[in-house]
Each structure stands twice: as structure tokens, then as C-alpha cells.
Design a protein around this ligand. Structure first.
Ligand code: SAH
Length: 239
């Protein structure tokens, strides 16, 4: 069943322009069709009452619990090509609450101030579609681009930076995630294609981020993000 994030006034549903097009032209919805609408973190079973004009009404609230028990913040270096799009989509499917983009020493992709809003709006659209597809009731917040000093503003009970220079296994990473309590926040920082400098790791450490290994192999940045978030969501689902 199709899901859209939308607005609900009393029992009337108001979709975005894009979603009206998707529902009526792509999905070719019929009168009587049922869809799921997410509004203000609530999920409603709704029905298409008419198409011209489009009228969608809520029928009842759906109680569901698809969100992780702890809040996951991904701090991700901007990546080349469409790798950032991939990470935004997969991080959303894996339950992330917020994605903060990091412009670090070795980040190749620089977002100009003039492109910032357009780029963030585009990443929001990717996250919205992924949240609808994966049946989430929350679209991850994607609104910040920081440099390394911006790490000091990040509030979380568990703050980790994945450092490819660490030797050894992912045990320390697993142990720190295992200690997470429901309602707590975990922030995980993933570097760019060129990795982190030791100076950046020292600075992150100063801001309270513990360096962790993600295992014995050096993963591509997009793989590292997906791996780390898979471990976190898997462990949190077991709580
Ligand atoms: N170009 C670097 C690798 C960068 S990998 C080199 O070849 O050494 C990109 C990012 O993924 C890293 O900055 C780190 O955040 C993460 N990463 C990849 N493999 C990792 C590992 N085994 N342990 C910890 N972090 C890892």
C-alpha cells in the first residue's frame, strides 16, 4: 500500500504537488483506493474519495512502531558522484534520525553556499521517498553541513568516529553500541574517500568522539556508512 508524508486538516489529507502527480498519474489511483498517510509522526489509513477534485479522507489511525528505540545521527563526509544519494537512501532505510554532512580536510566535493539549499532539498526528497518506501513514520532531518569543529555542537550519549587507521576488529564499535539505552542518541562520523588525517581524529577526540574500527578491511566510505548503520540498527532491534 502506497505511503506518503502529507498534511492532515481534521480528516482531509493534503498531499504535496509531486505526490498528487505520483498518486493520480503514476499510480493511477481509483476512487475507493486506500493509502497510508503520515502526518505529525502519526500514520493514518486513508481513502481516495474523489479524483476531480482530488479528495482524500482519513479513516483511522494505524498504530505501528517501525522506528529504532535510540536516535541515530550519521555525520557523513560529502562523497563524489551519486554516492551521497546512495548513503542518504540507505541510511534512511536503516532508521537514521538525522544526517549531517561533513566538509573535512580531504572532502573532494565542496558545496557552494549558493547551492546549499538546492542540494539539501534534493537530499530531503531522496530521504522522503526512502522513508515512504521503508514504511517509516519519520523523515530523517537533513539540514546541516558542518566542518570538523562543528562536531562540538553534536549532542549524543555515544559519539564515535570511524577511523580507517585503527588496527583490529570492530569489537570496540560493537561494545559501544551494545551499551546504548532506549531513548539515547548515538552519533557516528564517517570520512571521505581520502579518509581522516590524524589531526582530525585528535580534534574529534577532543570533542568527545571515540575512534573505532569497523573491522580489518578498509571499506569505501559509502560501504562504511551502510555497514556501521546496519550494525547499529541490527543491535537496536534486538533490545
Ligand atoms: N582512502 C583511505 C580509506 C578511506 S575509507 C585508505 O585507503 O586508507 C572512508 C571512510 O570510511 C574512513 O574515513 C572511515 O570513516 C571509514 N572506514 C572505512 N574502513 C574502515 C575501517 N576498517 N575502520 C574504521 N573506519 C573505516
Amino acid at each position: 500500500m502506497q505511503r506518503y508524508f502529507a498534511k492532515v486538516y481534521e480528516r482531509d489529507v493534503v498531499l504535496t504537488k509531486d505526490d498528487v502527480f505520483h498518486l493520480t498519474k503514476v499510480m493511477r489511483a481509483k476512487v475507493g483506493e486506500q493509502i497510508e498517510i503520515v502526518a505529525d509522526d502519526k500514520v493514518y489509513l486513508c481513502e481516495v474519495k474523489s479524483l476531480k477534485p482530488l479528495q482524500i479522507r482519513t479513516k483511522r489511525e494505524i498504530k505501528e512502531d517501525h522506528e529504532l528505540k535510540s536516535h541515530v545521527v550519521l555525520v557523513m563526509a560529502l562523497l563524489k558522484g551519486d554516492h551521497t544519494d546512495l548513503v542518504v537512501q540507505k541510511a534512511t532505510e536503516l532508521g537514521v534520525d538525522e544526517i549531517i554532512f561533513l566538509q573535512s580536510e580531504r572532502t573532494i566535493v565542496k558545496i557552494k553556499q549558493s547551492d546549499r539549499d538546492y542540494k539539501l532539498e534534493r537530499f530531503h526528497r531522496i530521504a522522503k521517498e526512502a522513508a515512504e518506501q521503508s514504511k517509516r513514520s519519520v523523515i530523517p532531518n537533513i539540514y546541516r553541513i558542518i566542518n570538523l569543529d562543528g562536531l562540538k555542537e553534536i549532542k549524543a550519549e555515544v559519539k564515535l568516529i570511524a577511523y580507517e587507521g585503527m588496527q583490529g576488529t570492530a569489537d570496540s564499535f560493537n561494545n559501544k553500541i551494545a551499551k546504548l539505552k532506549p531513548g539515547q542518541r548515538v552519533a557516528i562520523v564517517i570520512g571521505p574517500e581520502g579518509g581522516f588525517s590524524s589531526g582530525e581524529i585528535d580534534a574529534a577526540n577532543y570533542y568527545g568522539f571515540k575512534k573505532v574500527s569497523l573491522g580489518k578491511r578498509i571499506l569505501r566510505a559509502e560501504t562504511a556508512a551502510i555497514y556501521a548503520l546496519s550494525v547499529i540498527s541490527n543491535m537496536l532491534e534486538q533490545k
